[in-house]
Design a protein around this ligand. Structure first.
Ligand code: HEC
Length: 137
């Protein structure tokens, strides 16, 4: 009886420990964190375009900027582990930099209320999401 109980407790403990380890892994994966923020921002961007509420775009990218800082630090420290094609890391960094320039272009167009440029940039961004994922995700 006592044995069964301790096996049960050990089982619970294992679940807690692996959950904690996973949490740690998440925290150490700034690219993934940035991507989660980016996805939310991109959906908000598409909504803003569909509903013609361009004011909503800029705030949507605040979290991305924050997450980006952690990614940049991790890149500098060589701590980024990509799911695929790690050996093409330099290419990843280049694509990432180009993508963030697109975000600046987007926010510039939002500032000028230039709906056409916002739309064109959004299309290019979507292409860039897919292109990068094909190689590195
Ligand atoms: C420069 C490369 C690059 C670009 C550009 C890029 N991604 Fe990613 N994305 C990645 C990589 C690498 C991963 C895998 C991260 C991991 O699991 O370690 C990823 C993962 C994701 C995920 C899955 C996150 C999860 O919970 O596992 C989502 C969602 C995502 N990206 C959305 C986007 C969107 C939306 C865009 C464009 C607006 C985009 N990404 C642009 C490289 C990129």
């Amino acid at each position: 009886m006592a044995n069964k109980k301790s096996i049960f407790l050990a089982g619970i403990l294992t679940i807690f420990i692996s959950a904690a380890a996973q949490g740690g892994e998440e925290a150490q994966n700034p690219v993934k964190q940035e991507m989660i923020a980016l996805r939310t921002a991109f959906v908000a961007l598409v909504d803003a375009l569909l509903l013609n509420k361009l004011d909503a775009v800029e705030p949507a990218f605040h979290e991305v900027h924050k997450a980006r800082e952690a990614t940049e630090k991790a890149i500098e420290e060589g701590k980024v582990k990509l799911p695929q094609n790690q050996k093409r890391f330099k290419e990843f960094v280049k694509m990432d930099e180009e993508f963030h320039k697109e975000i600046e272009t987007l926010l510039g167009a939002v500032n000028k209320n230039d709906a056409n440029k916002i739309k064109q940039t959004t299309h290019r961004m979507l292409n860039a999401c897919i292109a990068c994922h094909r190689i590195f995700k």
